[in-house]
Design a protein around this ligand. Structure first.
Ligand SMILES: *Cc1c(COP(=O)(O)O)cnc(C)c1O
Length: 405
């Protein structure tokens, strides 16, 4: 029997989906590059990139080609068997980074969960079961499992779900003195985003990051960098840690890794990985051949001088357009971030208008994101066409004009 083609609309959402999201009023049905179309055929320019995921735009021909060819070859075997795409992707991630061992998962939260468990387990095996303290930061975001929301620095995401994992301490971001005050020999890890994404598009300072590295070394703690959002070329380097002249112990990456196909990875050294043994941790889907084949193609394209060097040129186009808008409307106090992880911070007079601006942008045919109540976030495709940036910024200016009138 042929499947019945059920008519669905934005209203259907309220009747069928768990109400944990508040999606836009339109329903995207098709995308190509940095353009998206909704059910009514209205066109949007996409500066949101599926939340920093579609780093090569929508339906990139090379990713579609891999999806089709791997889709006709082998989708899933589980980790009872290994597979060629996973082995190739892991080898290429190792060749491109500090890392020597890779664990694959399906989401950012899952990669972070693995990282936090590994940090605790390593400390337990190498030092003591009491070396379990994790130092993390206010406004940090690490995902939605109970461990990752608890390490995250926004209690509104972790309150109400019962007892939280213990021995997690939060201090202000970019405040080295605050870390010094709480770190001790019972600390197993410092967990930090090199550029806080959800927390407001806030880069770590050079001094802070290098200071964290030194404190970890002093106390035999691991430096765990959550590069779920900042990784895979977003900052203009393959991973944001490369901006800081440091070598982390563990990094996680997810969002752009599969260019829109769900896949994540935790990267670490051989020495740290060596405390693990079969059965200590795992996942059914992680490292699935379909996901890894697509991620391998995405990595092959992103990890090239053409794409990585193009990020800063596109950033400059964004920044200068935003500065022009600011000359006209006096609405931003600061444009911050790194590469194509950009935040336009609303000034005091316009704070809390982020959501209105997002909605007005959608009406003008532009997809943007917020980060908190006073930051508009732009995380477009890393290969967005300059003409799309220009047209998107024209739409953004019209949207701001409407909100301010
Ligand atoms: C999005 C994000 C996560 C969570 O990723 P999911 O795929 O939603 O689980 C974790 N850390 C950071 C920095 C993120 O931006």
């Amino acid at each position: 029997m042929a499947a019945e083609n059920l008519a669905v609309s934005r209203e259907t959402f309220d009747n069928v989906i768990l109400p944990v999201y508040a999606p836009a009023q339109f329903v995207p049905v098709k995308g190509k590059g940095s353009r998206v179309w909704d059910q009514q055929g209205k066109e949007y320019i996409d500066f949101s990139g599926g939340i920093a995921v579609t780093a090569l735009g929508h339906c990139h021909p090379a990713l579609v080609e891999t999806l089709k060819s791997q889709g006709e070859t082998l989708w899933h075997t589980s980790n009872v068997f290994t597979n060629e795409p996973a082995l190739r992707l892991a080898s290429k991630l190792i060749a491109a980074t500090f890392a020597e061992r890779v664990f694959f998962g399906n989401s950012g939260a899952e990669a972070n969960e693995a990282a936090f468990k590994l940090a605790r387990y390593y400390a337990c095996k190498k030092h003591s079961p009491f070396k379990s303290k994790i130092i993390a930061f206010h406004n940090a975001f690490h995902g939605r499992t109970l461990f990752t929301v608890s390490v995250g620095g926004q209690p509104k995401y972790s309150d109400g779900f019962g007892p939280k994992p213990a021995d997690i301490v939060h201090v202000p971001f970019n405040d080295l003195a605050a870390v010094k005050a709480v770190i001790d020999d019972h600390t197993c890890a410092i967990v930090v985003e090199p550029i806080q994404g959800e927390g407001g598009v806030m880069p770590a300072t050079l001094e802070f990051m290098q200071g964290l590295r030194a404190l970890c070394d002093q106390h035999n703690a691991l430096l765990v960098l959550d590069e779920v959002q900042s990784g895979m070329g977003r900052s203009g380097k393959l991973f944001a840690y490369e901006h800081y002249g440091i070598k982390p112990d563990i990094i996680t990456t997810a969002k752009a890794l599969g260019g829109g196909f769900p896949v994540s990875a935790m990267l670490t050294t051989h020495e740290i990985a060596s405390v693990m043994a079969p059965g200590v941790h795992g996942t059914t889907y992680g490292g699935n051949p379909l996901a890894c084949a697509i991620a391998e193609t995405a990595l092959d394209i992103i990890n090239t001088p053409e794409v990585l060097n193009g990020v800063d040129a596109r950033r400059e186009q964004f920044v200068s357009a935003l500065q022009k808008i600011n000359e006209q409307f006096d609405i931003f106090s600061e444009i911050r971030g790194k590469g194509l992880l950009l935040g336009a911070v609303l000034n005091a007079q316009h704070a809390s208008k982020a959501r209105d601006i997002l909605n007005a942008s959608a009406a003008e045919g532009l997809m943007v994101l917020t980060a908190g109540s006073d930051v508009i976030r732009f995380v477009p495709s890393l290969v967005i066409e300059p003409t799309d940036i220009a047209e998107g910024m024209a739409r953004f200016a019209r949207a701001i004009g409407k909100v301010l009138n």
